[in-house]
Design a protein around this ligand. Structure first.
Ligand code: NAD
Length: 358
């Protein structure tokens, strides 16, 4: 491979080279105001699938970095889950509450269509199933459309189901039994995924604690499932068996890892480790079992993948349950090779891609 000598290339092609991206598409439409970036990371295993995020980025470099990082993550998530999919992602720059229109979504659909199926889109932050319906009018390369239209609907319950099985596998690894009965579990963020996770672990008679910045939702979930509420920064000092981050990323950082008293971290949030290398190692040194996020939160991706070949919920749930076996395999590999669990998962994901390169 040719070496990049000119540092000015860094923001786009330089970063693509460093992170291994195949293609990045910049979209601009003055009429609808659409400003979007589509990143295709790796299509060795299949078409690049990943959601579209609409976010009011403060500058274009932030938007580019986000789409490059997220699309790369999708490659590994698909690979570790045994799906014949590559990694991709799209970002639309703008405020989803005030700047998103039907015309803008349809124009975005046109851009996706021009890629001829190399990139398949879906919902992400700032998007709804209604938006996917507009995209669907312009292209068939979209998933996550409503069940009434033959789609797979909201992926969150399936994501939660996968996190639940990943958590059970972690319990099996740590304690020799996968029962969650009597275990103290903190679910941080009781939104679409978090609430469904609370449901599963409550059914197993775990002692469930919940936290959320949305007080109304927090009270609602607490009452519905009899979960205890805990709020504020003190959550990181709490005595608990399992911490399940289901809100935002980077909650495993230098400050929190020092304070955490749990035995296991298993949750849905993407990019839980603030720095993959530093914090993956720190959590390992502390003896906490960390179930890699991109492995155990893949249920939603497994669900939308099933939509491509004709949606079958049962099949998709069965495949999601396999997250249990993969999690155990990875935790054991990490222990045997004395590497972080994140690294163990990455090695397996990269190996599958390597094996499939022609
Ligand atoms: P959501 O927006 O429905 O729920 C997130 C919840 O977290 C909200 O109730 C919000 O109020 C709460 N929250 C935000 N900041 C918080 C904070 N600082 N402390 C406590 N709570 C806070 O999102 P979701 O669809 O449930 O997804 C949850 C996480 O899982 C996200 O990180 C998402 O990227 C990831 N994820 C989701 C899916 C899916 O299928 N929805 C799939 C893979 C990964």
């Amino acid at each position: 491979m040719m070496e990049v000598k000119n540092k000015n290339l860094k923001p786009v092609i330089g970063n693509m080279q460093t992170m291994g991206h195949e293609q990045v598409i910049f979209c601009n439409d003055s009429e609808t105001g659409l400003k979007a970036i589509i990143a295709i990371h790796d299509t060795t295993l299949g078409p690049a699938l990943g959601g579209t995020r609409m976010w009011n980025y403060s500058n274009e470099i932030d938007a580019l970095n986000d789409v490059l990082r997220l699309s790369r993550g999708m490659t590994f998530k698909a690979s570790i889950s045994g799906l014949n999919l590559g990694g991709g992602k799209a970002v639309i720059i703008g405020d989803a509450k005030t700047e998103k229109t039907e015309a803008l979504m349809k124009k975005f659909g046109e851009y996706v269509n021009k890629l001829g199926g190399t990139y398949i889109t879906a919902e992400d932050v700032g998007m709804s199933t209604k938006d996917m319906e507009y995209v669907r009018e312009m292209t068939k390369h979209v998933t996550g459309i409503p069940e009434s239209m033959g789609g797979s609907g909201d992926p969150s319950p399936v994501t939660a189901y996968g996190v639940y099985w990943g958590m059970k596998a972690s319990a099996k690894f740590k304690w020799g039994s996968d029962s969650l009965e009597g275990k103290t579990i903190l679910v941080q963020g009781v939104g679409h995924v978090g609430e469904n996770l609370v449901k599963h672990i409550t059914e197993e008679d775990a002692k469930v604690f919940v936290t959320d910045i949305n007080e109304e939702k927090l009270a609602e979930v607490s009452e519905k499932y009899g979960a205890k509420i805990i709020t504020g920064d003190a959550i990181y000092d709490m005595d608990m068996d399992i911490y399940a981050p289901c809100a935002l990323g980077a909650t495993l950082n230098t400050d929190t890892i020092h304070r955490l008293k749990c035995a296991i971290v298993a949750g849905a949030a993407n990019n839980q480790l603030e720095d993959e290398m530093i914090h993956g190692e720190m959590i390992k040194e502390k003896g906490i079992v960390y179930a890699p996020d991109f492995l155990i939160n893949a249920g939603g991706l497994i669900n939308v993948y099933s939509e491509i070949n004709g949606y079958d919920r049962e099949k998709s749930l069965n495949k999601t349950r396999k997250i249990y076996d993969t999690t155990l395999e990875i935790l054991l590999k990490a222990e045997q090779e004395d590497i972080t669990t994140h690294k163990a998962a990455l090695v397996i994901a990269e190996q599958r891609i390597q094996n499939n390169r022609i």
